[in-house]
Design a protein around this ligand. Sequence first.
Ligand code: NAD
Length: 512
Amino acid sequence: TAARDVQSILRELGLDGQLSGAYAGEWIPTSGPELEVRSPGTGEVLARIPQAGAAEYERCVEAAQAAFLKWREKPAPLRGEIVRRMGERLRAKKDALGALVTLEMGKILQEGLGEVQEAIDIADFAVGQSRMLYGLSMHSERPGHAMREQWHPLGICGVISAFNFPVAVWAWNSMIALICGDACIWKPSPKAPLCAIATTKILAPVLEEEGLGALLGLVIGTNEEVGERLVADRRVPLISFTGSTRVGREVAAKVAGRLGKSILELGGNNAMVVTENADLDLAIPAIVFGSVGTCGQRCTTTRRVLVADAIADEVERRLVAAYDQVRIGNPLADGTLCGPLIDSHAVEGMQRTLEEAKQEGAELVYGGEVLSLDGDESGGHYVKPCIMRASNSMSVVQHETFAPILYLIRVADLDEAIAQHNDVPQGLSSAIFSSDVREAERFLSAVGSDCGIANVNIGTSGAEIGGAFGGEKDTGGGRESGSDAWKAYMRRQTNTVNWSRELPLAQGISFG
Ligand code: NAD
């Protein structure tokens, strides 16, 4: 039945025939090196995609630019109306697309469906935002003058996405970019290209009805042929990059070199502070969801727990008991809480980190093994989530390993917890568990967490779309999704209008 399910999912999303790696208002035949897509849960080949090269990339950019010139003239609320129809298409395909996220990326079905829901939510958010692209009016120092600031469409937004959120990351960017009047070109991760093809097939027809399909350009190609070309392209004023800090640093330098704009959403090293005043009935499940969810492959995964000495033994005992209940296996199956890692490199990376951690003196508390599951003849990439006792200064703790490894770090008090919390290169998401309002407010204050996201009595992962999402330091400083993140997708213009019959100069200057 599993095999039939896979075929029916692919068929429902139009992925069962010959596939193309490029969309520029129409699907362009591609004939580059074939990209083989395997399911991380079973190793099964899901599809083979001939990749796009320089010529197809060029067609996408030219078509996107032409579409942008028309799109920017459409009033923003009417752009919002079109995005509203996209949200409806996503709703209709939520089940199939959510299942595809699970098949291709390996997160459990509940999380796959949740990811598509996030794309629907941001479409809804964008519809409302389309009527609220507010500028400001200022008081001019000159009589008979008006001053204001307005926001105009920017151009093409290049979206380079990571494998772990193969639909939502793109949706955060493109739904907002569209209502802002921009075109998008998407270079998805080569580890999750089917989600990109399926999403484009679901949504582009809404724009095709307007003759503007090219606003949702898609290019699946190698980093050398397509990724680097997009990053270097002066016709693309904004690059929104989501991925590792290592690649993000290179991308940021190249975009800055041509004075382009970038939004950087890079790696995290997220911690939860658990004080003596924590309600452990909340903290324990939050830690388990944060560290084991998506098999430790979220940018907001809980990687460190900074726990007060006095309760550390109890927290450790309860965590081990909870980890023992986590069902690991086929991510499509009911009841599974932890699916596979994305590929064999991720499994090797995790094992290497565990070795290094032991050499640095960390102690294994639970798990870490590579699993070969009963009835799994093909080799899914399953591991047992792991807990280690460690100290914050260890080099393994300072790095993001994209796997379910949780470091338990004991601290004497809140001062020490905050100091260690901030003493890592990354600054994405953070949380404190405490029922003491003084402790909680301190963590959120200027002398508390240095992260872009700081929570009280909820975990580090699972952000809502209404807030601005992103982080500081090595996480890159970008903000996406809600709040005023839309401003990054537009250009700001300051206007001064003289409606008097005089020509006074600013700063009282008299000239001639
Ligand atoms: P990655 O850095 O390996 O790849 C990200 C994307 O960059 C992929 O599409 C890849 O093909 C592309 N790429 C690689 N080299 C390139 C180049 N030279 N030029 C242009 N593009 C290039 O990351 P990954 O393994 O796919 O994702 C995991 C990482 O992403 C983790 O570090 C995770 O924390 C981070 N992430 C961050 C956020 C966030 O919002 N902060 C969200 C999701 C994932």
